[in-house]
Design a protein around this ligand. Sequence first.
Ligand code: DGL
Length: 264
Amino acid sequence: MNNRPIGIFDSGVGGLTVLNAVTKILPKEDIIYFGDTARVPYGNKSKSTIVKFSTDNILFLLRKKVKMVIVACNTASALALDYLQGIFNVPIIGVIEAGAVKALEMSQSKKIAIIGTRSTIASGSYEKAIVKRAKEAKVYTKACPLFVPFVEEGIVKGKTVQRIVEMYLADFKRSDIDVIILGCTHYPLLKNEIAQYLKGVHIVDSATEVAFHAKNVLAAHKSLRYERRRGTQEFYVTDEPRGFMKLATLFLKRQIKKPGVVNV
Ligand code: DGL
């Protein structure tokens, strides 16, 4: 079990923020990364579609004999995680709970902002995860649908991004929040601009938090890899890989091996 890889899936390239965090926190683990590039984006799709796509993705990862699945995509975590945990035997973790727990830990005022795709925000999943643990918490949410295309165009700083950050986040300035959760795979790339705009507000990055959670879950299952070597990484996508490889350089600040192209 210990030497089997960890599977990570996302709707596309954004989950590489999670892969990045996992390789830092669990450097010995082998990783199979699956990006559903033929069907991206998930962020504006319905629950039944996201459940179906996520099920396909996990079936693929299970064929690769993974010991655990990390649902890197916030939208899939928000809409499909419960279903997936109910039908598969392998440990499956998502980004929502990990992000919510960290936000509560960091917040003094218990006034917490959450940003994400339309479907993530509409699902109310982050809110539920927070309020379940702290009834007194006040949650403010905003869907930021323009952030993903901007990041995917490589536009992560400068005047235009600042304008859009202001457009989406202005309301939070009036709400006295002290924590904001970046509830989407792509948003860590906009962290500097968001921090600049919301000065003094603590930023919770769900990608980092889920990597810590993965370590705890593997330790609890006695499935951590102990060999003294760096883990390997394999990439798979569902559409031609060129665009993915180009964006991977932006997300990981390094080049990746050519991904395999698969049908799920
Ligand atoms: N991966 C998605 C998320 O974290 C963003 C991209 C998409 O809409 O598919 O919600």
